[in-house]
Design a protein around this ligand. Structure first.
Ligand code: CTP
Length: 399
């Protein structure tokens, strides 16, 4: 995610919740950091904070009404959407998230969301039961699919007396995640272990069994976690890729070595993301010398490799587990059964074969967890990795 910098233009959308008062401080902090801020409020937001307050802080008129002719003449809403380098909606109420998820555009702010080509972030704020309601869960998953960055909410006591996730992040936390995200990203202070690439299973000193995994997705995932502030250990099979910056990379060859490296680095991990295409079987008796041609047939006996992901998932106080499934048919059915049989928290499934999957720039994923799912449409593996870790963050907080 590109950081917001001094001199950039931020459109701050404020919707109608009690947390709207925190947005006054938010606007002040962004201005202090050198960001140009313009505020757009929903009608409901003006019941909580008077637009004059934002006007005084930003020195700009505050917009509320889509049909306000004087303001539209000065800067039309499409122009305003183009002006923005970033659209941040804070607080974002349950209702507003729903309207964004469904593409409604019946007021100025929701219209701006549709019209704005820049990165969009939301800082949700609502009662814990509203946040946990299935309808909101689906809307948030949909927003992530639409490329929206979800900041928070925080855990804690709420204005209504309930306790749980739902409070808007503090203004300073929002500013630092948009401006300096590696210090306070979604995974700040968390440790993540990622596996990537293929494994090679030796037949003899010069031959091996392997697969076509390029490691692209696993590396993109490791980078996305690191960009969100995680300490990342990347255990990689043999791939031709540069070291991602700021990540501890451990190179391994075989499934057995990958298994050992993962368990060595697992203590203290909060998330385990198994992106490697681990060979399910290895030759039972790898030969110390090169095999010689001998006769018309050669039988190779294979034995099963340990299932790294399933073993991590079976740990009693293990990390949140994310697995991958590459399927050639019955995508959802097969992936859901893998989710249950391996006892993992989330699975990202994709169709492979016929020009899809391995070693390509783009991919699409169907992501499943115990009580939900999301479709991440065809996009670069980098963007896909970002969207996927937002889903992980969201489900991880719920655990
Ligand atoms: N995995 C693992 N260790 C293994 C095998 C797989 O950690 N020995 C992980 C992969 O990294 C991936 C997921 O498990 O996250 C894939 O599951 P798997 O059962 O290997 O999928 P397939 O090999 O496609 O299984 P099947 O052939 O049974 O469909």
């Amino acid at each position: 995610m590109k950081h917001l910098e001094a001199g950039n233009n931020l459109l701050l959308g404020v919707t109608g919740g009690i947390a709207a008062y925190k947005s006054v401080e938010l606007a002040r902090l962004f201005i202090k950091a050198g960001v140009n801020v313009r505020v757009v409020m929903t009608e409901a937001a003006t019941r909580f904070v008077n637009p004059i307050t934002f006007q005084a802080i930003t020195g700009e008129t505050v917009r509320v009404d889509l049909f306000d002719q004087a303001h539209e003449a000065a800067m039309g809403h499409i122009e305003l959407a183009r002006w923005a380098d970033h659209l941040l909606i804070a607080p974002a109420t349950g209702d507003f998230l729903a309207r964004m998820a469904h593409g409604l555009a019946d007021d100025l702010l929701s219209t701006l969301y549709l019209a704005c080509p820049a990165q969009v972030s939301v800082a949700p704020a609502m009662n814990v039961h509203m946040w946990e309601h299935d309808a909101t869960r689906r809307n948030v998953s949909r927003l992530i699919e639409q490329g929206v960055q979800v900041l928070g909410p925080a855990l804690g006591e709420q204005a209504c007396g309930d306790t749980g996730p739902g409070r808007m992040l503090e203004a300073a936390e929002i500013v630092s995640s948009l401006m300096y995200s590696s210090e306070a990203g979604l995974f700040a202070g968390r440790k993540v272990v990622v596996t990537a690439g293929p494994t090679r299973e030796a037949v003899d000193p010069v031959r091996f069994i392997s697969n076509r995994s390029s490691g692209k997705m696993g590396f993109a995932l490791a980078e996305a976690f690191a960009a969100e502030g995680a300490e990342v250990v990347l255990v990689s099979g043999p791939v031709n890729r540069d070291d991602p910056p700021g990540i501890q990379r451990i190179d391994v060859i075989s499934a057995q070595q990958m298994y050992e490296a993962v368990f060595k680095h697992l203590p203290g991990a909060d998330v385990f993301a198994a992106c490697a295409a681990v060979a399910d079987y290895r030759p039972a008796n790898p030969q110390p010398q090169k095999l010689k041609k001998n006769g018309e047939h050669l039988e190779l006996k294979l034995v099963k490799n340990p299932d790294i992901l399933a073993e991590v998932a079976a740990l009693s106080d293990g990390p949140f587990t994310l697995g991958f499934a590459a399927e050639t048919q019955k995508l959802v059915e097969n992936a859901r059964s893998k989710l249950t049989s391996k006892g993992i928290d989330m699975i990202a499934a994709n169709l492979v074969g016929k020009g899809r999957g391995f070693d390509l720039e783009d991919n699409a994923l169907k992501v499943l967890w115990s009580d939900g799912e999301a479709d991440l449409p065809m996009q670069s593996k980098k963007n896909l990795a970002r969207a996927l870790i937002s889903l992980v963050a969201e489900q991880y907080v719920r655990e």
